[in-house]
Design a protein. Structure first.
Length: 198
């Protein structure tokens, strides 16, 4: 069984408002991500919220997602992952770590990543795609971390973030090449958001 943890606790300081609630095609970003996970067959989904939790929940009604709160989102992604791990299913064999500000990742990309992990369950699975600006392969999200590495997620130094987990000498990483540039698209500023095709 695979669980998904959607990280949506950041303060969105450069955007100036919660990125999870930015609208695209009539829905907030967070709903696009959760809907893609539902369509990809991920039944156990945990959304991690931070300081804007009340605002987000007032505008976005979860549809089967569990909600976890990160009391210290300023400590970064790893702290949010830990908050989410407290609420995932106890039978989860892997954790798909998703970003709430990636609404444009294709459902088929989620499915491909899941299928690849099912064949490589002892590996951290990371998708990568060609970056147009320099024609180099760049890693993106979502990634899948085997449950066997849960301890690393809980014990890693917060200041090192997820990078510490994915680059730990005890783990094996399997890269999956996908033709979906959206896995590396960032929405950090109003300019990034304005560039999103409507």
């Amino acid at each position: 069984m695979l669980s998904a943890i959607v990280l949506a606790a950041g303060d969105s300081s450069r955007m100036g408002r919660p990125k999870a609630l930015l609208q695209w095609k009539g829905k907030p970003f967070i709903e696009h991500v959760c809907e893609a996970l539902r369509r990809a067959g991920v039944a156990d989904r945990v959304v991690v919220l931070g300081g804007a939790s009340r605002e987000i929940l007032a505008a976005w009604p979860p549809a089967g997602e569990k909600v976890a709160l990160n009391p210290h989102p300023e400590h970064g992604q790893l702290s949010s992952l830990r908050a989410g791990l407290k609420d995932v299913s106890g039978s989860a064999e892997g954790y798909m770590v998703c970003l709430a500000d990636q609404p444009t990742v294709q459902v088929e990309t989620y499915r491909r990543i899941i299928a690849f992990w099912e064949e490589n369950r002892d590996c951290i699975v990371i998708p990568r795609t060609l970056r147009e600006s320099d024609s180099r392969l760049k890693r993106g999200h979502p990634i899948i971390i085997p449950a066997a590495h849960k301890r690393l997620c809980l014990e890693g130094p917060l200041e090192k973030g997820l990078h510490w987990v994915t680059h730990h000498p005890s783990v094996k990483v399997a890269d999956l090449d996908v033709k979906d540039p959206e896995i590396i698209r960032d929405f950090d500023t109003p300019e990034d958001y304005a560039a999103l095709p409507r």
